[in-house]
Design a protein around this ligand. Structure first.
Ligand code: PAF
Length: 282
């Protein structure tokens, strides 16, 4: 295998410094592994736009609450390295948790406002964990550009805000949601679904497509869009709504005003698996 598999911070830093000394640009694709076509689309874009690409594969413990799926989160480093290599990445960074968080680790990056609604409401410590690890990854890989999927739309907004607020020297590139042929948004967590739940999970994309259709056909009442989406989800007995919300795309404040760009985002439990999906109406 010619791709570099780095396990330590120092290995990444010294390789990236060597690339930079030669004037090469660096793209970073932060992931938690178990890579699918959604991640692959980010890696492809990074490869097209940078001289060298680092993919981090790290299931970040501090973004999971104690009752969440840290232990069961799917992992397959061999397959991830093969996908990264086949897609043209140059390095996989796969640290152990102790490499990222020493025993006396006490520094966190946190945010107000943009993290208040949606996933930040249901998972109050999640974005503190995301911002902290993404900040560390930026300091380690020193990328010119970093790539994030729109599937985690609030995460994308949070990271853009962090980069702006803290004057970080890189560009954040948001990439479109990649879906299965039947509409389900690709996610590593889809592997948790039984055959019956996999069918039921289609209710998420059905609700998203209907909401999007209503907005595109000129619906001006945001509440009607939300209610129509909720009623589609409620028609599926295996589905339990965490949230169906409309927020301003830049501030992530609740709105029903469709005259500005909005993010319409949903989080739905299918059995025990929590899935998310969204659309942005500009
Ligand atoms: O989107 C993810 O997979 C994670 O939240 C990220 C950005 C890699 C941070 O752990």
């Amino acid at each position: 295998m010619s791709i570099i598999l780095a396990k330590t911070v120092n290995e990444v830093k010294s390789q990236v410094k060597e690339w930079k000394a030669r004037g090469l640009s660096v793209g970073l694709v932060p992931t938690m592994g178990y890579l699918h076509e959604g991640h692959q689309s980010l890696i492809k874009r990074a490869v097209a736009e940078n001289d060298r690409v680092v993919v981090s594969v790290f299931v970040n413990p501090i973004q999971f609450a104690p009752n969440e799926d840290l232990e069961s989160y799917p992992r397959d480093l061999k397959a991830d390295c093969a996908l990264c290599e086949a897609t043209g990445a140059d390095m996989v960074f796969n640290p152990e948790p102790e490499e990222m968080y020493a025993d006396n680790f006490t520094t966190f990056v946190d945010m107000t406002g943009v993290t208040k609604e949606l996933c930040g409401k249901s998972r109050p410590t999640h974005f503190r964990g995301v911002c902290t690890v993404v900040n560390k990854l930026f300091n380690i890989a020193m990328p010119d550009r970093a790539y994030f999927g729109q599937k985690d739309a609030q995460q994308l907004a949070v990271i853009r805000r962090m980069v702006r607020d803290l004057n970080m020297n890189l560009e954040i590139v948001g990439c479109p949601i990649i879906r299965e042929a039947d509409g389900l948004a690709k996610s590593s967590r889809n592997t948790y679904l039984s055959a019956e739940e996999r069918k039921a999970a289609l209710v998420l994309s059905k609700a998203i497509f209907e909401g999007e259709r209503m907005v595109q056909s000129g619906e001006k009442d945001g509440e009607k869009v939300i209610e129509a989406m909720k009623s589609i989800i409620k028609s599926e007995p295996l589905a339990k709504i965490d949230y169906v919300e409309m927020v301003e795309w830049d501030t992530i404040e609740i709105t029903r005003n469709l005259s500005k760009p909005v993010l319409v985002a949903i989080a739905v439990y299918i059995g025990k698996t929590r899935l998310i999906d969204n659309f942005i109406a500009q």
